[in-house]
Design a protein around this ligand. Structure first.
Ligand SMILES: [Zn+2]
Length: 104
């Protein structure tokens, strides 16, 4: 089976669509979490399908397990792990933990 990289213009189009979806997710996160979750999961499936990274701005904005879009103080707990120099995000909807190094 052929596994070529998608051409750059396809990735640019996909990145644009992902950004639109994530902006919508952000807008809906408080008033309509179910819709926000749907947008986040669509963006994530585009990311996987086209091998395009989630834009940096949103990389830590949603749960990779249940796709809940994080609203600080509501459905996410952020803890600094100073020993390993990372931030630990706990999704309060599915209890999944994910760690991110400082600065990306
Ligand atoms: Zn979750």
């Amino acid at each position: 089976m052929e596994r070529r990289q998608k051409p750059q213009w396809v990735k640019d189009v996909v990145r644009g669509r992902m950004e639109k979806l994530l902006v919508l997710a952000e807008k809906n996160a408080k008033a309509n979490p179910t819709r926000a979750r749907r947008y986040a999961s669509l963006a994530f499936s585009l990311s996987k399908k086209y091998n395009v990274r989630i834009p940096a701005r949103w990389r830590q904005s949603f749960c990779r397990t249940c796709f809940a879009f994080f609203v600080p103080g509501k459905n996410v707990r952020v803890r600094a792990d100073r020993v390993n120099k990372r931030m630990v995000y706990t999704c309060l909807e599915c209890n999944n933990k994910r760690a991110y190094g400082y600065g990306g």
